[in-house]
Design a protein around this ligand. Structure first.
Ligand SMILES: Nc1nc2c(c(=O)[nH]1)N(C=O)[C@@H](CNc1ccc(C(=O)N[C@@H](CCC(=O)O)C(=O)O)cc1)CN2
Ligand SMILES: Nc1nc2c(ncn2[C@@H]2O[C@H](COP(=O)(O)OP(=O)(O)OP(=O)(O)O)[C@@H](O)[C@H]2O)c(=O)[nH]1
Ligand SMILES: [Mg+2]
Length: 464
């Protein structure tokens, strides 16, 4: 057994974010058989207080060797199995900042604990049966959530919504498997299986799996967000767009072409999806050394973006320069932003629109007047949902690991159906069905390898 499976030993870590000279309270968490002993060694209470589970004690944390007081603090005791890890847990609630919590952690390490690895508290919670793997992953998502919506989905996962669906699907597969195996073992005594019914049952499971798979894109968007680059020739209103959209004065706006020299970033949320907006230097042929580098950076930003907002100045029409830039970026997901429409009347706008056939997604704005941001957001939403199953009514989202396992399960279920249609012997039906059951078990952690656990939990932060 590798070390990651070892739940022996008492672990300790700082559980709160540590920021020098900040944070009013800092928590050091200890879990394992020596936790209570460590607390009793380090924590001195005035008078008599009861050391009971789920009680908080007031006192002082002292260095047992020097008798020096390190902090005035609170101690929270949670005795096994009624704790996060299902082990004995004690928490020292100290004063914040870095110095005190580090001293307290060190005292714990000097008195019988070892430093916890990343995710080790949650790993123990998983190994001791408090959480399944999807719930453990949700904790990591909850801590890392970048929007309230993302946090809400993570919480749904923590409460077992996904685990529940997967258990149900796996149970259905197990029922089908049991029926086939009974048929193999007691062929003479049982009425023959109806292949059509089995195929139908498998189809139902596969359909449910497909629905779950469709939530992965949304999960991915909520987790990693979207990188959006604004590109176009100088003076079309790129920086004005960044400012209007992020409701800030992040970028400098002037009527001098070539104002923006470097990539300017701003973060915003669109229905819970974190969006990193990059304003770039206007693209043009230039002899200016600094501007040249800026233009290179613009193209690089466009390259690295998930989506490009290609912006033109409506009052100038679709120019040769626009055409040139468009040729360089048209193979990316792209929205054409026709800006400064306040300078045109309706007929002129319509004429311009007729002239521009290409990009499928076009919007008209006057970002200098704060107009059109709503249509931009609608267009973005359309482009990222394009061609995908509507997932808004699903109250859960899956991650890429879960998606990979579900895709494997689905492929194997299709194989089972092919086997049944091919009239192969019953033994053959069970092979891929077992494979699908294993793939589903990998999601919840019923069927899991060490290296997979290692990969999942090492992504956590220390103390979680
Ligand atoms: N101070 C502190 N806050 C925290 C945590 C923690 O470990 N410490 N958590 C950690 O991430 C989260 C809460 N998770 C927890 C889950 C279970 C138990 C627990 O003691 N459960 C027992 C008792 C329940 C009861 O009395 O009914 C149990 O389920 O048996 C504690 C915290 C968020 N806030
Ligand atoms: N009338 C009108 N003017 C606008 C609009 N948007 C931007 N402008 C003006 O256009 C000029 C250029 O705007 P910027 O946002 O600096 O343009 P840019 O594309 O970032 O320019 P560079 O950084 O030089 O590439 C400024 O004078 C803006 O006030 C708009 O919607 N309507
Ligand atoms: Mg600019």
């Amino acid at each position: 057994m590798s070390e990651i499976f070892a739940t022996t030993g008492t672990i300790a870590a700082i559980a709160t974010a540590i920021v020098p000279q900040q944070g009013s309270i800092g928590v050091v968490r200890v879990s394992g058989t020596s936790a209570m002993h460590i607390a009793q060694t380090l924590f001195k209470t005035p008078g008599k207080q009861s050391w009971e589970s789920h009680h908080i004690l007031y006192g002082h944390i002292c260095n047992p060797e020097t008798k020096q007081v390190v902090d005035e603090a609170l101690l929270l005791i949670m005795q096994a199995p009624r704790s996060y890890t299902c082990e004995d847990v004690v928490e020292f609630h100290c004063h914040g900042g870095v110095i005190v919590v580090k001293q307290v952690l060190r005292l714990c390490l000097e008195n019988g604990a070892r430093l916890a690895r990343a995710g080790e508290f949650t790993l123990r919670a998983f190994l001791n049966g408090r959480l399944d793997l999807t719930q453990a992953e949700s904790i990591s998502d909850l801590v890392g959530a970048r929007s309230p919506e993302a946090a809400q989905y993570a919480l749904a996962g923590l409460q077992g919504k996904l685990a529940h669906s997967i258990y149900n699907l796996r149970a259905k597969c197990l029922d089908i498997l049991a029926e086939i195996e009974a048929q193999i073992d007691f062929e003479e005594d049982l009425t023959p299986l109806d292949p059509k019914r089995i195929v139908r049952q498998i189809e139902q499971v596969a359909t449910d799996i497909t629905e779950l798979i469709a939530t992965a894109d949304k999960g991915q968007l909520l987790r990693t967000g979207l990188k959006v680059a604004i590109v176009g020739r100088p003076n079309v209103g790129k920086s004005s767009l960044l400012n209007a959209w992020s409701q800030s004065d992040r970028a400098i706006v002037t009527d001098i072409p070539g104002t923006t020299r470097d990539v300017v970033e701003s973060e915003l949320l669109l229905k819970g999806i974190p969006i990193q907006v990059l304003d770039t230097a206007g693209i043009r042929e230039t002899q200016d050394q600094v501007e040249k580098i800026g233009v290179e950076r613009s193209l690089k930003a466009a390259n690295a973006a998930d989506l490009i907002l290609f912006i033109i100045d409506a009052s100038q029409g679709w120019t040769v320069e626009d055409e040139g830039i468009y040729a360089q970026v048209k193979h990316y997901p792209l929205i054409l932003v026709i800006n400064k429409i306040d300078l045109l009347d309706e007929d002129q706008i319509n004429a311009l629109k007729l002239q521009i056939q290409e990009p499928a997604f076009q919007i008209c704005t006057a970002v200098g007047k704060n107009q059109g941001i709503d249509s931009l957001e609608i267009a973005i939403f359309e482009i990222i949902q394009l061609g995908k199953v509507q997932t808004t009514d699903m109250e859960l989202v899956i991650n890429q690991r879960q998606q990979a396992a579900l895709i494997r399960a689905k492929i194997l279920l299709k194989e089972v159906q092919t086997t049944i249609f091919g009239k192969l012997p019953l033994d053959f039906w069970t092979i891929d069905l077992r494979g699908a059951i294993d793939a589903l078990g990998e999601i919840t952690g019923e069927n899991i390898t060490e290296s997979l656990l290692d990969r999942i939990f090492s992504k956590f932060c220390i103390g979680k």
